[in-house]
Design a protein around this ligand. Structure first.
Ligand SMILES: Nc1nc2c(ncn2[C@@H]2O[C@H](COP(=O)(O)OP(=O)(O)O)[C@@H](O)[C@H]2O)c(=O)[nH]1
Ligand SMILES: [Mg+2]
Length: 349
């Protein structure tokens, strides 16, 4: 690493309350700056910790600290973990010319795969995504490129490149969740289905159509991948401005969805249903199967009600009893991640 004119201050521990906070003072003149605010054991380059006090003129107090001086240009300062103390130490050093830099910018500038992986790692929401990021940090992509380059068989080469392309879509969602939007007519059971999927009552469910006005979301994980479900306002004609705004938001959510789950009430005739959006990224979910007796044909004539799953794109469920929900979730994740990466596999970020 090269030194700028002034040393850098990097917070090594996250902000918030903690027993100990660690700050790295790095760059030319680091030791000289520290000496100006130090009383305690003599400051020198040593592999032993040095105990002393850091004068915080800003808050008129001395803070007990332990420092580790690896060399004149690289010093770790360990203080109490409160935000006020850490900010006061930083401000004191900044007044002396040091620059505050985030740990991400300091340790990785995000240009190589390995650096990007390190930058994303603390934000991995599941063990599975953290493992994929660790594999990338340890050079999975570089190894894959090197192997592909050596291949003489063009077909094999293309296959490996195609697989990388496929995995790149997953790379986008190791931290950022997939977006799955539940939409459909008012009262179809979107909010009930949303609650049933999440396993707790997040959305308000009511017999009165038009209850859900705003888009409600909640994040969960399916097969180790982060997924945010969105419950939306139902589509219907309405004279209420607030509900109209809700419906407009539903439309926007659908446009941004990775997958749309279109919910249909099995007890409502097909002629009274809103038109199903014409999109590839859709699963159709016929809800309220518990209200249809096994031998009756449903108002949605085309749906044989004895079958739980009608096709890969069409599902029969009951948000109330939970019937078919497991199968629906399996299909949702299969659609989002058809072929998940194996351990040590390259995933471009
Ligand atoms: N019997 C039965 N009732 C359901 C089912 N799903 C939803 N409901 C009922 O249908 C009504 C509307 O549900 P809600 O989830 O608010 O619909 P939304 O407007 O699409 O969000 C409520 O009275 C729910 O209890 C289901 O699978 N079976
Ligand atoms: Mg609702």
């Amino acid at each position: 690493m090269t030194f700028n004119t002034f040393p850098k201050i990097i917070r090594l521990t996250p902000s918030g309350r903690g027993a100990v906070a660690s700050i790295l003072l790095y760059g030319s003149g680091a030791l000289d700056i520290l000496k100006r605010h130090w009383t305690g054991q003599e400051l020198c380059v040593t592999d032993q910790p040095l105990f002393g006090r850091f004068r915080l003129e800003i808050i008129g107090q001395n803070e007990e600290v332990v420092v580790h001086v690896s060399n004149r240009n690289e010093i770790e300062i360990h203080s109490h973990g409160g935000e006020i103390v850490v900010s006061a130490i930083e401000s004191t050093l900044i007044q002396d010319g040091a620059n505050s830099v985030s740990w991400q910018d300091f340790f990785c500038n995000g240009k190589t795969q390995s650096e990007s992986a390190l930058r994303l790692l603390p934000f991995a929401p599941t063990e599975f995504t953290a493992q994929i990021l660790l594999d990338q940090y340890n050079g999975a992509l570089d190894r894959e490129y090197a192997e592909i380059e050596k291949l003489e068989n063009e077909t094999l080469k293309q296959q490996r490149l195609n697989r990388l392309k496929e995995n790149a879509k997953i790379g986008k969602h190791l931290v950022e969740p997939f977006r799955v939007v539940l939409a459909g007519a008012s009262n179809a059971g979107k909010s009930s289905l949303f609650n049933s999927i999440l396993g707790f009552q997040r959305s308000i469910v009511n017999v009165i159509a038009g209850t859900t006005r705003d888009v409600v979301s909640s994040q969960t994980a399916l097969d180790g991948f982060p997924v945010t479900f969105y419950d939306t306002a139902g589509f219907r004609e309405t004279q209420f401005d607030l509900e109209r705004q809700g419906i407009e938001r539903s439309r926007q959510s659908i446009a941004n969805a990775d997958l749309l789950v279109w919910v249909i009430d099995l007890t409502v005739p097909e002629t009274e249903q809103p038109t199903i959006p014409d999109t590839e990224n859709i699963l159709i979910c016929f809800n309220k199967i518990d209200l249809v007796s096994p031998n009756n044909s449903t108002p949605n004539d085309s749906i044989p009600c004895e079958q739980q799953t009608v096709s890969e794109k069409k599902f029969i469920v009951s948000a109330t009893t939970g019937q078919g929900i497991e199968t629906l979730l399996e299909q949702i994740i299969r659609r989002l991640v058809p072929n998940p990466p194996k351990p040590l596999e390259a995933v471009p970020l």
